[in-house]
Design a binder for this molecule. Structure first.
Ligand SMILES: [Mn+2]
Length: 245
């Protein structure tokens, strides 16, 4: 099978080492592509989870092995640190690079005549006040809630239920989560604009997106826990670059 070729591929929030990681789909995706540059935009290895409960099956190790293989075959691998893999932030202080693998806290990507800031995005949580929701985003609880909400809408529709306190509660929680996401997107693009970039590429909130705020591009690579998404770039970034596998 011939591989799809890209200039740059960006993934984030794979959460290897946690039970939610969809490692088989991730490995299949990586095997289906060829790229000059692979950017891993944070929360690739979930060290938080690993500390609580050591879980690292061979399927997860195979993903790491395969990324190393891509690097050995000429793909430039850029690992941007996230909050779940912040142990690597000690490494970035040393300006770490090994062969064509680089570990950084942020990365400037120039493509299609534009300059993008690539960073995981957890930094913006410091600015967003109401981030109680943060602890759940990307967690299985968050996924469960989103599924419950879908199911809920469906049952309400089918059974024509007007009142159901659980449903009201779920609705409210989902609304809080989407408020948080909206704030995150605005804060991130504002930061990119003030720092002189044309756009910002984040992960962290597990929602794939391509949108504009005040003419600044906001791009999010999503995750490999719930949606299984990536940003696949040939010559420039457009909404079509966001794919869900
Ligand atoms: Mn994160």
């Amino acid at each position: 099978m011939s591989k799809l070729e890209y200039e740059v591929v960006i993934i984030s929030d794979t959460h290897l080492g946690s039970r939610g990681c969809q490692s088989k789909r991730l490995l299949n995706f990586l095997k289906s592509i060829k790229c000059k540059k692979l950017i891993l935009n944070g929360d690739i290895i979930d060290a938080w989870r690993l500390k609580k409960d050591f879980y690292f099956p061979s399927e997860h190790l195979n993903v790491i092995r395969y990324i190393l293989k891509m690097a050995s075959k000429g793909t430039e691998v850029i690992y941007v640190t996230g909050n779940h893999d912040e142990f690597l932030r000690n490494v970035t202080d040393m300006d770490f690079s090994f062969s064509n693998i680089k570990v950084v806290d942020r990365y400037d990507l120039e493509i299609g005549g534009k300059k993008y800031l690539v960073m995981h995005g957890d930094m913006f949580d410091l600015i967003i006040q109401n981030h109680k929701w943060l602890a759940y985003v990307g967690d299985s609880l968050y996924g469960l809630l989103m599924r419950l909400n879908r199911f809920n809408n469906w049952t309400r529709h089918k059974l024509n239920l007007k009142r159901w306190s659980l449903s009201k509660h779920i609705k409210q929680k989902v609304k809080q989560a989407s408020n948080y996401i909206g704030k995150f997107e605005k804060v991130a693009t504002k930061y990119a604009q003030e720092s002189g970039y044309d756009g910002i590429i984040c992960g962290h909130i597990h929602k794939p997106e391509y949108t504009l705020y005040d003419g600044i591009e906001y791009v999010n690579s999503g995750d490999w826990v719930e949606v299984c998404s990536a940003i696949t770039i040939k010559d420039k970034i457009t909404a079509d670059c966001i794919i869900e596998v």
